[in-house]
Design a protein. Structure first.
Length: 185
């Protein structure tokens, strides 16, 4: 089994829930993808780190750092950063808070992000694109340059188009349809 098919199997077996759900976007759905059940597991971290690093390399994007809106993006960014440690170009991972910290440094971006960094924004599941767009705005406000968005799963519900309308290319490792097909298979 390839890493790619193993990832789809993990997501199908661990992360898909059937029923009636209200998504973060407010949309209703008869299935929910709780990617954290895969992204926070040892197997998921290992596979996602390798696959996502490979996708970033193949994209041709030259990035210094990776990160996105907490909590969904965090384990993915950390897995990629860890996988990149042995490469010739290690990537620094950072987190985008949902709101500015009220104490300490009062930062919205946490971790080793630096002004001028070229960034791939990370997303666990794209539905409407709202979380990724918030992260893009935070990076731009901190004087970083967003070169693209890398998503674990694209639900194919318009989020990719909303992000690309903002001038940012989107790559996804898998789609919701691929995961649902694996459930049937």
């Amino acid at each position: 089994m390839t890493d790619y098919s193993a990832l789809i199997t993990l997501l199908a077996e661990r992360s898909v829930k059937r029923g009636q759900f209200t998504l973060a976007s407010g949309k209703q759905s008869n299935f929910y993808i709780d990617a954290r059940l895969t992204t926070m597991s040892p197997e998921g971290l290992s596979i996602i780190g390798r696959l996502a690093l490979s996708a970033l390399t193949e994209s041709g994007w030259k990035v210094d750092a990776i990160g996105g809106l907490t909590l969904g993006a965090d384990p993915i960014a950390y897995a990629i950063s860890y996988a990149s440690a042995a490469s010739g170009h290690p990537l620094r991972a950072f987190t985008v808070r949902r709101e500015v910290k009220a104490h300490g440094t009062g930062r919205l971006l946490e971790g080793p992000f630096r002004e001028g960094d070229r960034v791939a924004v990370i997303e666990d599941v794209i539905t409407t694109g709202g979380s990724a767009l918030r992260a893009i705005e935070a990076v731009r406000s901190a004087k970083g340059f967003v070169v693209g968005v890398l998503a674990l799963v694209d639900r194919e519900e318009g989020g990719r188009q909303a992000i690309e309308k903002d001038g940012v290319t989107v790559l996804s490792l898998v789609t919701a349809n691929q995961i649902i097909a694996a459930l049937r298979g």
